[in-house]
Write a protein that binds this ligand. Sequence first.
Ligand code: ADP
Ligand code: MG
Length: 474
Amino acid sequence: MASSWGSFLQDEQQLEELARQAVDRALAEGVLLRTTQEPSSSDVVSYAPFTLFPSLVPSALLEQAYAVQMDFNLLVDAVSQNAAFLEQTLSSTIKRDTFTARLFDIYKQVLKEGIAQTVFLGLNRSDYMFQRNADGSPALKQIEINTVSASFGGLASRTPAVHRHVLNVLGKTKEAARILSNNPSKGLALGIAKAWELYGSAKALVLLIAQEKERNVFDQRAIENELLARNIRVIRRRFEDVSEKGSLDQDRKLFLDGQEIAVVYFRDGYMPSQYNQQNWEARLLLERSCSVKCPDIATQLAGTKKVQQELSRVGVLEVLLPGQPEAVARLRATFAGLYSLDLGEEGDQAIAEALAAPNRFVLKPQREGGGNNLYGEEMVQTLERLKDSEERASYILMEKIEPEPFGNCLLRPGCPVRVVQCISELGIFGVYVRQGKTLVMNKHVGHLLRTKATEHADGGVVAGVAVLDNPYPV
Ligand code: ADP
Ligand code: MG
């Protein structure tokens, strides 16, 4: 995709002045992060990195991503309810991946005791890149779906005003008006509010499981604020607080500091480093309770990369979503090549192909949060090392998506303004609520565009690689 802002990217002085205005507007709109120096305090904050210009995205692909979101919600919900599928899919992975094994352990314990919660809430974000086809046309390909702690719904609602500002300053008022409004945090909060209502106790609270050091706190506050505006109270606590002060009554109702908890919303607990023994015990306590967990442990497991890979196998979607051939076709159209590395002929062949053409693949462990995938020479070395070991089953192999790069400026605190070659990743936020067997809510609630320089293989905004952006539909 060529950039339609090409003429503006030439004039360095104008870019710098424009960047100053954009940054001031971003701060005024609340596009904020805490600083790396002070991640636990809001005394000093800075702007979350963002692009100077919105990036061009084909309208058809944006529509396609929105149209398939309800299907992805259904699919995740179906996987989370299918114990046999989860067990079979993850069996080789959990032999070698201790983090997934630990989550799976909790899942088994909860299943054995009987699941106490009757209301289920999914807040997810399905991420895509735009693969450049042989004929030059772009195609929507899923990178992954995040079923736990999917972030940036809050800040994404504040960036449209910044990009409109930039275009207005340039006299591009018609173009400014084409930037889509977006408010994922409101939609995510409506999902939480629905789950809270169905839980059915007017005095009960929403518990947000937060990290002590959280740079992205303003993103979370956006959801808290939406809930408070609906008279639903939210408390922020750490796993440690749960293990010290949390308890279940005989009906497995969860209490913290003497207050009943209707919904537990995890913004922590998706990486191994976020758990010590005490935190694992707290997670188990939460899972055993009848509070609505977002996500429950099964839904977190449904978001693993191993599950994503198994879903792409011929015939699997048809079994999970029986009688829904149109949904199956929409889902499958977004799948890139995904390959199991389980011991055996199929895995051997995948490894041979990756070693023969390393630039066409990405090696992924069962991790979230950015910076864990392996590319190029590093991937080759890891595959060589793991080739004959059971450990290889804790990874999956994925076709590498190659979008067409374009020019934009990535604005970061303390960094000079310069034009770099970039690629984007589009996320769509999905919300669903199920009560028993009945789905009472299933929708898409907004988008997130993140853009990074092509020199980086991996992603992540807080990881310092990608920056916030807006799609400019073309
Ligand atoms: P995480 O759970 O760590 O976010 P992802 O699967 O989203 O893991 O990968 C992290 C980043 O790596 C993505 O944001 C994207 O920039 C890049 N990436 C992941 N998979 C691919 C792929 N198949 N092709 C190209 N880039 C990829
Ligand atoms: Mg990701």
